[in-house]
Design a protein around this ligand. Sequence first.
Ligand code: GLY
Length: 355
Amino acid sequence: MKVRINVRKPYDVIIETGIINEIAAYFPTYIRGGTAAVITDDNVFALYEPAVRKSLENAGFNVISYAFKNGENHKTTDELFKILNFLADNKVTRSDFIIALGGGIAGDMAGFAAGIYLRGIRYIQVPTTFLAAVDSSVGGKTAVNLGAGKNLAGLFYQPEAVICDPETFRTLDDVTFADGVSEVVKHGFIADEELFRCLSGKTRSEYMKNIVEFISRNIKIKGGIVAADEFEKGKRQLLNFGHTAGHAIEKCTNHAVSHGQAVAAGMIIMSRAAYKKGFCDCDFSQEIAAAYFDFPNVFNMNFCAEKLYEAALSDKKRSGVKINIIIPERIGKCVIKEIEAIELLEIFKLGLEKD
Ligand code: GLY
């Protein structure tokens, strides 16, 4: 299945089971020879680099590979510069390209390296996690974390293509699979009521039954929003639903809570708080929680509103003393609301309060 992403330089997302073993066959026709630099983490390297290498070498590419240590704590400027030096040491040129192989962290770092190495070389996203497939591999956001917060240095830099084999999700643990569920819940909640309603009670094996169609539906939602607002000046901010609180939770727990779990908690916090503040007519937090039926979640963890507030305000979503938050209007429709930054503390308190 193919989904076209109509940004300034359009590209395809190709989703098929089994294509990790023949990925070179799915490249855009203009990527023919040269060096393919595979950037991945050590876990994914062991699982999928050999298959990717074999397909690339059979198609006549020279293949070099770099694996960094898995985990959000390694999405750093240090690691980024190691990747850049690896590319330079191997004399990678502008006619060569990068393969970002793995989850969101590999996609973010390899994409960022592609965007700044030689002032930009081509790259292909090959997501191997549910989260990367339905969200981070599409839309061109690339970044590394800084001490002050998540994704604070980065570029909007679109890939040449996204090639996704959902068979790779079978090696994910349940927490990592659930990270993808969070972004799916988000897409349904902000833009597609029917999608959202079909998530409640859905098990992992049910997700996997029609996974190609399911990813494609999510990518169409995300692709439509990204095409309308590639550089996040307006509508694309809707995709950040749950992320202001979520990024703060990740930071406060030093990433012990995964991105998807933190976003899930963030969506609950914001829905509950929006209702209590009178920004919307219903509290949708129970419906959001129900979408995690078969998955580990962090809804019962006791986060401290003050600590989350401190962490959130050093996040990039702060702009002067006003910030934008994303709040529900109804299921399938969220809106952007500008608030005073200091109001965020009350919002976190209300969102964390048990009734
Ligand atoms: N993950 C949100 C975005 O790509 O805008």
